[in-house]
Design a protein around this ligand. Structure first.
Ligand SMILES: [Zn+2]
Ligand SMILES: [Zn+2]
Length: 275
């Protein structure tokens, strides 16, 4: 799970990955029309993640029918939600702790027969539901009982060897080595966006190379031998490759994120998101 505040993007980056309605609500604190959201009358078992960054926010076992026209939960997943008093002092806004996305408001003491007597009143648009029985997504990282066998169940053997066992693909063989279409590269393990195609360059090294990752998406750890710096997905810890600095490439950062094609998935830019 990502650390609080670990996903930070500018408006332009959010607009590229959110629908206009998601942007209006998550980033501009809008409210969906009551009774219209897809999760208002919805009681399947699973996890609700953030519509912006996929961080797990609510379990379906804490959802209840408040009859208010928006999805209602009596508590969030520990550490997932932050609270801020509205400027007028009347209501308490709730946000995703990972990306700051606006979720809705929380109300206390209304007399609902729940363990907390709180009502998290959340816009459906701010949420993304993952069924308990579905194939893997980032949302289940937080509820994995047996990570090794669960990763094996959802990754191919080659993906498992590279992402979970820090393997390396044979140079020159990866599907994204010589690949320069416009879009976003995301983690193949958990779908978190990692790199924009505009930061990809041809390093001639046999692996996809990027000069920088999306803010907060990549963690760096020195290898045990102190020689190289490993890069991993900040959300699921999947191994991506290594980052090298000062090699003299004519890029804005003089860094080369050397990433296994197997670790990433390409999502083409949507024409509608180009504004
Ligand atoms: Zn979020
Ligand atoms: Zn990941």
């Amino acid at each position: 799970m990502a650390a609080p505040g670990s996903v930070q993007k500018g408006d332009e980056e959010w607009r590229a990955i959110l629908s206009p309605e998601q942007f209006r609500i998550l980033r501009q604190k809008g409210t969906e029309y009551p009774g219209t959201g897809e999760y208002v009358n919805f009681d399947k078992e699973g996890i609700y993640g953030c519509g912006g960054c996929n961080a797990p926010l609510y379990k379906s076992t804490t959802k209840f029918n408040a009859g208010c026209g928006w999805p209602a939960f009596f508590e969030g997943i520990p550490g997932a939600i932050t609270r801020t008093t509205d400027p007028d002092g009347r209501r308490t806004e709730i946000n995703c702790a990972t990306c700051g996305g606006h979720l809705g408001h929380v109300f206390k003491g209304e007399g609902f027969a729940t363990p907390t007597d709180e009502r998290h009143c959340v816009n459906s648009v701010s949420l993304k539901f993952t069924p308990a029985t579905s194939s893997f997504s980032s949302l289940s990282v937080v509820v994995m009982a047996d990570p090794v066998s669960e990763w094996r169940a959802v990754l191919s053997p080659e993906q498992f060897r590279i992402l979970r066992q820090k393997g390396t693909e044979t140079p020159g063989t990866g599907v994204y080595d010589k690949f320069f279409e416009e879009g976003i590269f995301s983690c193949v393990g958990c779908k978190t966006p990692l790199y924009k195609s505009t930061t990809k360059f041809d390093a001639g090294c046999g692996w996809p190379a990027f000069f920088e990752g999306l803010p907060g998406a990549i963690n760096r750890t020195p290898d045990p031998d102190g020689r190289r710096t490993e890069i991993t997905c900040a959300v699921c810890d999947g191994h991506l490759g290594h980052v090298h600095k000062g090699e003299g490439y004519a890029t804005p950062t003089d860094e080369r994120h050397c990433v296994n094609s197997v670790s990433i998935n390409f999502n083409p830019a949507k024409p509608s998101s180009v504004t």
